[in-house]
Write a protein that binds this ligand. Sequence first.
Ligand code: CMP
Length: 146
Amino acid sequence: MALWDSKSNKIALFKKVPLFEGLTPRQVGQISRLADQVEVREGRRLATAGETGRELFIIVEGRATVETPRGRTVRLGRGDFFGEMSLIDGAVRSATVTADGPMKLLVIGQREFWELLNAAPSISKKIMSTLAARLRDADAAYSKVP
Ligand code: CMP
């Protein structure tokens, strides 16, 4: 993974990501140093089901595909995040996530993830609400299977 344009204004970038909406300038300043800006090529595997993973990814540009071990496919795009599950419970990745094309991402490591949640409770709320939506969605999909 290559770090992209170190001159890009990370703070301006953070303001465009829904996960970080509504933060005070102080909070944005505090958390922007917790993330790395990373660029990847098409086909790059960002998470592998069953393997250890210790990062949260936030999509700034591009799209990714999530493939669950039961064969479901979910597409993610700009503003979406993934990798939160392993950070929260310490278990292996629940799905494989691959870049559909070139992507720009913000990447947050495990220790920084907890710092992020402490710095801004609104982020915890958004992550919990996305987790709940993913659970409902997965449950609805599995209950259709005979
Ligand atoms: P994690 O288990 O850490 O790594 C794979 C990621 O894929 C997972 O975190 C979620 O972010 C994402 N993911 C897993 N299942 C789904 C799903 N059903 N819908 C959307 N995203 C998912």
